[in-house]
Design a protein around this ligand. Structure first.
Ligand code: GAR
Length: 206
């Protein structure tokens, strides 16, 4: 079975969605580990103790030292795919290069709009009629890698960042699951910054 490692910093509802799909026979894969920069993250409790890795970046000299420890622990779990699902810490370029082409992130915006933090507040402040989520390959530049798939929702007149986040999260789960089903089935890859589906680029050169 394809081996999935998940990076998470918080609640872990996206991780839970994948675990539920595996249990229901909808995703042929194994979660081999959950890795976190927040030792108290609820996401960690969703897997067995021997599948958890969590360290506080405060205990490391610098970003590179933390990233190296995370990368070594990840590599030891022999993942085919590494999924950032609510992982809120920037991954250094060295780390990204080590796992190049196997690192995926779900980001709560319609990329390239609203990179970084507070995406729901950004969408409201920008007066956007639509918002959503993107699953993308990770490159060293923040939230800039090739987009695999997106899901969109309306921004309603009375929305707060919280009500909008909830609407987005409801589409994140099926979006992430569909993307991971394709990855696990070997149908998606990234070549030269372009997503390939069944070995073919879906984009023609400009
Ligand atoms: C999700 O909305 C995810 O898109 C977002 O954090 C939330 C995690 O929820 N990720 C980012 O903002 C990454 N920059 P979860 O812990 O319940 O899956």
């Amino acid at each position: 079975l394809p081996r999935l490692a998940v990076l998470a910093s918080g609640r872990g509802s996206n991780l839970q969605c994948l675990l539920d799909a595996i249990a229901a026979g909808q995703l042929d894969a194994r979660i081999v580990g959950v890795f976190s920069d927040k030792p108290a993250a609820a996401a960690l409790d969703k897997v067995a103790p021997e599948q958890r890795w969590a360290r506080s970046p405060k205990d490391f000299a610098d970003r590179e030292a933390f990233d190296d420890a995370l990368a070594d622990a990840l590599a030891a779990s022999q993942p085919d795919w590494i999924l950032c699902a609510g992982y809120m810490r920037i991954l250094g370029a060295h780390f990204v290069q080590r796992f190049n082409g196997r690192l995926i992130n779900i980001h709560p915006s319609l990329l390239p709009l609203h990179k970084g933090l507070h995406t729901h507040a950004q969408a409201i402040a920008g007066g956007h009629a639509e918002h959503g989520a993107s699953v993308h390959f990770v490159v060293p530049e923040l939230d800039a890698g090739a987009v695999i798939a997106q899901a969109r929702v309306p921004v309603l007149p009375d929305d707060s960042a919280e009500t909008l986040a909830k609407r987005v999260l409801a589409v994140e789960h099926p979006l992430l699951l569909a993307s991971v089903q394709l990855l696990a089935a070997g149908r998606l890859a990234e070549r030269g910054g372009v997503v390939q589906f069944d070995g073919q680029s879906l984009f023609s050169p400009l």
